[in-house]
Design a protein around this ligand. Structure first.
Ligand code: 1GP
Length: 255
């Protein structure tokens, strides 16, 4: 007897995509690109093959800006618009889902579970689909490492990364996100991604510092299920760096 697939509509869409190979998600920061500007990026991203739009990145994005941006994005693309939250203040029913992330290696219990407990009733009332995700910051961690009061996992400490990912899996989270930090000089090491891949079966998201196909290739080879990029589009638009990342994802999917 096989169990019904877990999660809501967005999670089932992502699971079906994952069965066909790795994915790419485009992170748009509504504080930098709101409304129509975000919609233009999202349309171009999906035309180039990106599989979902993540909305977030800055601290203090208002519910109004997030709501208007999610609505604008959804008016032009069919892929899910998923909130990448930094706190409960930016949650809006205009999005399809949110990464319901516990920052597993934070010293701040609010970011591990307390803010989630406060926000859960509102999330349920909004009908926003929560995607249960263990979020693990790997050095250098950049800004999220600082504001998240994180004890960042050292880049060579595969054992720690595997421990967090396995703990997330054992707690029933269906996604784990290895985050080097937005704008990191280098992505999460491929060897760490491989170690986590070999030790877990949940959907493995990798982000931070991916700027080109050359960066993407070893991460895909190591078994990442999802690559998230944000900075490359903010700095260069949907230019050669962004396109080469999507080409690598497509190459692996087409294999
Ligand atoms: C940040 O992992 C994402 O949370 C994306 O990072 O901005 O470096 O692409 P970049």
């Amino acid at each position: 007897m096989s169990a019904a697939p877990a999660g809501g509509k967005v999670e089932r869409y992502l699971a079906a995509l994952r069965a066909g190979g790795p994915m790419h998600w485009t992170l748009i920061d509504p504080d930098k690109s709101a409304g129509d500007r975000a919609a233009t990026i999202a349309r171009g991203a999906v035309e180039l093959g990106s599989h979902a739009i993540l909305l977030g990145g800055s601290t203090g994005i208002s519910r109004e800006v997030m709501g208007a941006t999610a609505a604008a994005v959804k008016s032009v693309v069919k892929v899910p618009a998923i909130i990448f939250p930094e706190g409960p203040g930016s949650l809006t029913p205009q999005a399809d889902a949110l990464l319901f992330m516990s920052l597993l290696n934070s010293r701040d219990l609010d970011l591990v579970i307390r803010a989630h407990a406060r926000a859960a009733p509102a999330i349920r009332a909004m009908g926003l689909e929560p995607i249960p995700t263990g979020y693990v910051v790997i050095a250098p961690g950049m800004r999220v490492g600082e504001v998240g009061q994180v004890d960042a996992v050292a880049r060579t400490d595969h054992r720690a990364a595997v421990g967090f990912a396995q703990a997330a899996e054992m707690l029933g989270m269906r996604f784990v996100y290895l985050e080097a930090g937005s704008g990191a000089p280098e992505p999460v090491p491929a060897a760490m991604v491989r170690a986590v891949r070999e030790a877990t079966r949940i959907t493995l998201i990798v982000g931070g510092g991916i700027r080109s196909g050359t960066d993407a290739r070893p991460l895909l080879g190591a078994g990442a299920d999802v690559l998230v990029t944000g900075t490359v589009t903010e700095e260069e638009g949907l230019g050669p760096g962004y396109r080469s990342i999507l080409e690598e994802v497509r190459r692996v999917r087409d294999r």
